[in-house]
Design a protein around this ligand. Sequence first.
Ligand code: ZN
Ligand code: ZN
Length: 570
Amino acid sequence: MPLVADVGSPAAGATDPVRIVFLGGLGEIGRNCMAIEYGTGADRPILLIDCGLMFPDADMHGIDLVLPDFTYLRENAERIIAVVATHGHEDHVGGLQFLLRELSVPIYGSPLALGLARNRIEESGLLGRTELHEVADGERLLIGPFDVEFIPVTHSVPHAHAIALHTPQGVILHSGDFKLDLTPVDGRRTDLARIGELAKTEGIRVLLCDSTNAETPGHAPSETSVGAVLRPLFAESKGRRIITASFASHLHRIQQIADAAIESGRVIATLGMSIRKNVQLGLHLRVLSIPPSKLIDIEAIDQYAPGEVCVISTGSQGEPMSALALLARGENKFVKLSDNDTVILSSHAIPGNEGNVNRVVDGLLRAGARVVHSGVRDVHATGHAQADEIKTYLSIAQPDWMVPVHGEFRHLMANAGLGALMGVPRDRVLVCEDGDVLLVGPDRVEFAGRVPAGYLYVDGIVGDVGQGVLRDRRVLASEGVVVVVVTVDQQTGKVLVGPEIITRGWVYAPEAEDLLDEACDTIAAAVEASLASGVRDVEQLERDVRRAAGRFVSDRTRRRPMIVPVVMEA
Ligand SMILES: [Zn+2]
Ligand SMILES: [Zn+2]
């Protein structure tokens, strides 16, 4: 039967099923991305929710960041109507600058979410490929056939939203990243009243719920509790210079640091590009309030007594090239540390960054500074709901179906447990992973296939470096490399030169001369045997060299370095 596409007519009808395609963030912390589709036609429209990046693990050698697999989006580019950003964190909008290289699509989000995304998109020179549409708290608008409502939530970046999609199959509520902070810095609480209203009227068909802290019992402390710790800390540091580090987008934290600084008679200087840009953005959007007279240039700090200065720096994750890491190594050109400095790390290391953070803390201490971090004082509060908050949320949302999102598998499982505990029937809590497709139909929600959802590795400005490159880098990093060069005479079938062995990272050559001689003899014997049996094909000879060298290396050193055979003919 031929497929007849009804070009130009809206693809969504009143009874159309809805598909949810999970492209990232279900199975890892980061690279959050999902597609929502209406209808069954080949032209069914797609709305993307978030397009984030993930920071690499230590074993992803040389990788700068990891993106969602764009294969599905690339193949269906003409169907993508828009991207909706829940908030401005990198794990939700950091992939947009890469997605926009491949397609041109408008982005909807709060002014701050768009402002944070815009900085990155602008750096990549791609601002011309998108339109940015600002939305207000509680706003509900039609984006193509998609009826999208932006519900305020509290999180560790201001102006975050949950997304309620009013679909032909009922309300799909995407929680966004959220916490239930009853006393947030800006008084803007997660709008539980609206979620309750949706639950009572239309009902919530499917809840996609943040799982990041689902394993942690209890209730997260309020953001304002951090201010209550910072103020006495500033007061007791009288006469000392204070340097703080926090996430550059955490403008509520920066506000509280600024308030404590001003209260203790200090001026404020920002250190690091991202914090400078974000403070400017925050002041412009009136998310931040710092009197201009209290904000000075970092180059002017020496004109003030140490006790009159507070520096707000980037680098709370120990990033090796960040302002704080340079400071810890004595390489920061604006600030030099002394024993009259107190450094406050108002942050928590993201899993994978602990080593870098510890190194920075050690460096700061060696330079004589006093260091306060979240391990010794409560100078940080999480932005994600813990178990009791999720339970409260579930008791209000009362979803028919639940899908845990945003987290490693164990976080998703913990959140699924909370769903069951709060009365969502077990068979209606669906634990999905990246690549899973769900079909929301009139009777049930079910799995409906998979799409590619592997990791897209970014190294420098090169796009995908691929699994193969990464595998090679792992072998090189952990085992080293052995290059074997042999020149053979095609006519006579004799080895003319070599084998010569060049090695890096396998054995220390001067102490292994005997071993290398023995390796050469073994490989030469293998090549000569091969030649004697009539083999002349270079690729076959290289395989023989690899096998002989590999066996010798493994037998004698119990290691598996990368073996690179090079056979030349003369
Ligand atoms: Zn977030
Ligand atoms: Zn997130």
